[in-house]
Write a protein that binds this ligand. Structure first.
Ligand SMILES: [Cu+2]
Length: 237
């Protein structure tokens, strides 16, 4: 090999790698619950409340485990672990939470740092929305919302798992918001499925976290533009 050829053989792969970056891929999959979820509890104070109770025909229950007939588990927050400083939250569309029949809908949410959480009040009832983060740099907020009044807006500055939102008027009302400083997360749907789109090629730890069932992790790799399909299960607790 001449010197010239040797230089070429060393340089060309480096140039190619620099010129064509690897394609991002989607991570999809599903979460199932192993074992039997504990029985949900009746929210009797809601049924007994003179205004909120009238909106329910039967006694509402907790929704700790939203699980299908084949173990499909909803409300699991699936995320890439160990990534930081990649938030696009300020430019991302708002995530909505409503108050319907004196219950938060949805009760489990995930957002990026700086991403707007729009809070609606569909009830003919006064609520207040009281966030209770615990991570330094996140601020507790407490805002009242009259019936038919304008939507409220919350944002959370720092990554934190399961920030508690509550209503001080109705002590059974809770929602939980996980906050990431990157866009690579999803909440599993009613059928247990999730999708994290446009993940840059690389090796990651995928984490699936549920408020009651705890969390599991799995090492995964996104190869140049190839979709990744993951099945995970959590144990009922
Ligand atoms: Cu309320």
């Amino acid at each position: 090999m001449t010197m010239n050829n040797l230089t070429k053989s060393l340089l060309i792969p480096a140039l190619v790698a620099g010129a064509f970056s690897l394609q991002a891929g989607d991570i999809t999959g599903s979460i199932t619950l192993k074992g039997t979820a504990p029985k949900e509890r009746d929210i009797q104070p809601l049924k007994d409340d003179p205004t909120c109770g009238m909106m329910h025909n039967s006694t509402p229950t907790t929704r700790f485990y939203v699980v299908g007939g084949k173990g499909e588990l909803a409300d699991v927050i699936v995320s890439l672990d160990g990534i930081s400083g990649k938030s696009t939250g300020a430019a991302a569309p708002a995530v909505e939470m409503d108050q319907r029949k004196c219950v938060y809908v949805p009760q489990i949410l995930a957002v990026q740092t700086g991403q707007k959480i729009t809070i609606k009040n569909s009830d003919p009832v006064l609520h207040n929305i009281h966030s209770q983060p615990t991570v330094a740099g996140n601020t507790e907020e407490n805002k009242a919302q009259m019936p038919s009044s304008a939507d409220l807006s919350f944002t959370i500055n720092k990554a934190e798992d399961f920030v508690k939102f509550k209503c001080d008027v109705h002590p059974w009302m809770f929602a939980w918001v996980s906050v990431f400083d990157h866009p690579y997360f999803a909440v599993s749907a009613q059928d247990g499925t999730f999708k994290i789109a446009n993940v840059p090629a690389g090796k990651y730890t995928l984490k699936a976290a549920h408020r009651k069932a705890g969390s599991v992790t799995k090492e995964i790799e996104v190869k140049d533009g190839e979709p990744v399909k993951i099945e995970l299960s959590l144990d009922a607790k």
